[in-house]
Design a protein around this ligand. Structure first.
Ligand code: TXA
Ligand code: MG
Length: 315
């Protein structure tokens, strides 16, 4: 027996009631599973930080099911609304100026003047948010710094009974977290590469979109630590071939690998497989390390390279 539930009508109602009462519900989204709580209940928000063992300085994304809801707690403008209409529901998070200062939201935002918001596209997440009647704050449903979960079982393995309910919506179709953009300034800045590509944003906006990575003068997401998404084994990136004793994760036409993120070189397929493969490889105790092929730095490759760079970081 565990706390994984089929997302049928009855269980969704129970999960919504759990959110309304200040409990924790892990929900599937198209990117990764989220550990959800009611944005308006401070003790529920605090429980998220406790369950994940996450520092309070690392703010949470709030998930909504209707664009109109934005206006109740954030400043919007035409560009923001057009981005929301184009990319939501979907793997894009916008960092906006916050207009609601209640204690629970303050905690969720780590006291920052901004709030990060997105509308996930997974039907189970959308249904849960609608039934709960409140935005749901949700970080990835794993322990702080560890590999993000893309199945209900991953959530259970990482957080177990710390979560009241885990809704099982199958494997996540995108597989890496949402792209986070800061839209509070004149230029749009990507704080975290993710499931929406820089190219798609630039094409839609018809303007250059900037990357915050590596530039100390640009804002960045406080949670983007050098070491993150980390397996237990050491991970070697940009590996052309396997070294003795390594478990080798390939990409594209690589014959000698143990798992291949995408034999055809499809970056969307690779992103969807990434975290599950890292977990699977990490469970094999008879290897001394993991190695991963080079990944092209275009489209979702930006997000994949960001994750594996951090996963390979040696302190
Ligand atoms: O795809 C996703 O975004 C998943 C699913 C569950 O929605 N969520 C997710 O949450 O990846 P989490 O907590 O693992 O990562 C959220 C990132 C953190 O790096 C955090 O620092 C940043 O978002 N963030 C949250 N609020 C922010 C804010 N107001 N300003 C800047 N960065 C913010
Ligand atoms: Mg995370």
């Amino acid at each position: 027996m565990n706390n994984i539930y089929e997302p049928n009508e009855q269980n969704l109602n129970l999960a919504a009631q759990t959110i309304k009462n200040g409990g924790l519900v892990a929900m599937p989204t198209e990117t990764v599973y989220g550990l959800g709580a009611n944005v308006y209940i401070a003790s529920a928000v605090a429980k998220i930080f406790e369950a994940k063992q996450r520092p309070f300085f690392d703010p949470l994304i709030s998930h909504i099911a209707e664009i109109d809801f934005l206006k109740t707690y954030a400043q919007t403008d035409e560009r923001i609304i057009s981005l929301a209409q184009k990319f939501w529901p979907g793997p894009l998070t916008m960092v906006l100026k916050r207009t609601d200062n209640n204690a629970a939201i303050d905690l969720a935002c780590s006291g920052l003047p901004n709030i990060a918001v997105r509308m996930p596209s997974h039907p189970v997440a959308l249904s849960l948010i609608k039934k709960s009647g409140v935005p749901i704050v949700a970080p990835s449903a794993n322990k702080f710094k560890s590999i993000s979960p893309t199945t209900a079982q991953h959530v259970f393995d990482s957080l177990g009974e710390r979560v009241d309910m885990i809704l099982d919506g199958g494997a996540c179709s995108v597989g890496v977290e949402s792209t986070i953009i800061d839209v509070t300034g004149k230029n749009i800045v990507i704080l975290r590469a993710g499931g929406t590509s820089k190219e798609d944003l630039e094409k839609f906006l018809n303007e250059k979109v900037f990357l915050s990575d590596g530039d100390p003068n640009k804002p960045s997401a406080p949670g983007q630590l050098l070491k993150h998404y980390a397996p237990e084994h050491p991970l070697r990136i940009n590996a052309a071939t396997r070294q003795p004793g390594e478990f080798f994760i390939g990409f594209g036409k690589i014959a000698d690998c143990d798992l291949n993120l995408s034999p055809n070189g499809d970056l969307c397929e690779a992103a969807a497989n990434l975290f599950a493969f890292l977990r699977e490889a990490d469970q094999k105790k008879d290897y001394k390390g993991l190695a991963i092929s080079p990944i092209p730095e275009t489209g979702l490759g930006l997000a994949i390279n960001d994750r594996i760079r951090r996963a390979s970081y040696k302190a």
